[in-house]
Design a binder for this molecule. Sequence first.
Ligand code: NAP
Length: 430
Amino acid sequence: MTETVGISLLGPGNIGSAVVAALAGGAERYALRAGRPLELRRVLVRDASRPREGVRANQLTTNIDDVLTDPGTHIVVELMGGEEPARTYIEQSLRAGKHVVTANKEVMAKAGGALLGVAAEHGVRLLYEASVGGGIPVIAPLSRDLLANEVTAVTAIINGTTNYMLTAMTQQGADYAEILAEAQRLGYAEPDPTADVEGFDASFKIAVLCGLAFNVDVAPAEVTRQGISGITARDIAYAAQLGSVIKLLARARLVDGEVEVSVQPTLVGRGEPLAKVDGVLNAVQIEGDLVGRVLLEGPGAGQGPTTSSVLADVLDIAQDIVGERAPRGGVPRRRLRVRGADEHVARYYMRIRVLDQPGVLARIAQALGDAQISIASVIQFDSEDQATEGTAELVLTVHRASGAALQGALEAIRRMDVVVEIGNVLPMEG
Ligand SMILES: NC(=O)c1ccc[n+]([C@@H]2O[C@H](COP(=O)([O-])OP(=O)(O)OC[C@H]3O[C@@H](n4cnc5c(N)ncnc54)[C@H](OP(=O)(O)O)[C@@H]3O)[C@@H](O)[C@H]2O)c1
């Protein structure tokens, strides 16, 4: 029986270094969830003389064979990016009987079908949640939760850079060149933005989704592709007049037994859920014959979100490895104290009917103030109804307060002779 689940990392770069830090910081939690501690074994780099945070010098290697021949490595996590040598290393790892987790959309788009075949041949798993949509769970829902469906269409915003740029162009009425310069200054666009703005990145990702959704191999070059570099402020203004926004949509559909796949700037009606996905956010809308439409939305890139997806795959495989050797007991449930309503802290909306007399609002404000609750806004509605003539309705919102403070203040307000009725008191979100 293995005492640890061994992980070797190819590429401790932007994402890889965050994975190393999370493995160390969350060690206890992950050991409980996997059923065994996760152990970082080898770390493959180009330059082993440069120290890497959280990695011992004797863990660093520039030779993939050190990973392939390490009997303690059960899972290889590929975070180098690019097509080669990543593709070869993934295949070699699978052939060496190692499970593989990758965030590499290019490799999965160009060779995903073949590599999944190699994995199956060798009785190991190849998982790639982080390759599409960063932190959004989309691969696992397609391969598990929606498995009973015939997926008929996938429509997605899967490139944060272009979505940021189109959102900014829409909000500022600005042209492409100006917004590209701003996005580059803010780090949302690369110095060479071609892969993003010309739709190559999105075409890799939609090709990966085709494999899952329709079980077909679509080469990225087969995706009908148009970038956003030709979109002008005029197009966006005309789209607005037509009740639409322009989004770089990646779409895949099954039509009469054939596949239609595209990445194109598209007019999306303002009422559509995808029209409201703004800035660097990503979203994937899946249509299935049983479920109808499902929308998954969230952060499409970044260290935290991508690490979330990478480690979810690692833990999934680790649970399998441990489960094969010994039935997992499951993580024992914790018992934590459950807070009472008195302790809940929130902003609140409240509606109070009062006699229409001078000084009433001041008394209510005093009661709230006595309970350390400050008012955020007040609107007064005078009664137009005979039954409530001579009264007015105050709609107040207050800053964050505990349930106990709120109840205390409401008690004091209820006792006032000028208060007719306390209506709804509701917490506020957002
Ligand atoms: N960044 C994101 O938000 C994001 C989101 C989703 C998915 N991804 C995917 O995650 C992967 C990693 O992205 P990243 O941003 O972390 O890239 P990165 O910062 O460029 O890191 C790449 C790492 O791989 C190593 N490496 C590259 N080529 C190598 C080779 N031939 N041999 C050995 N090591 C090599 C580099 O080593 P050195 O340190 O020695 O240079 C570096 O540590 C990519 O597939 C990317 O598409 C990224």
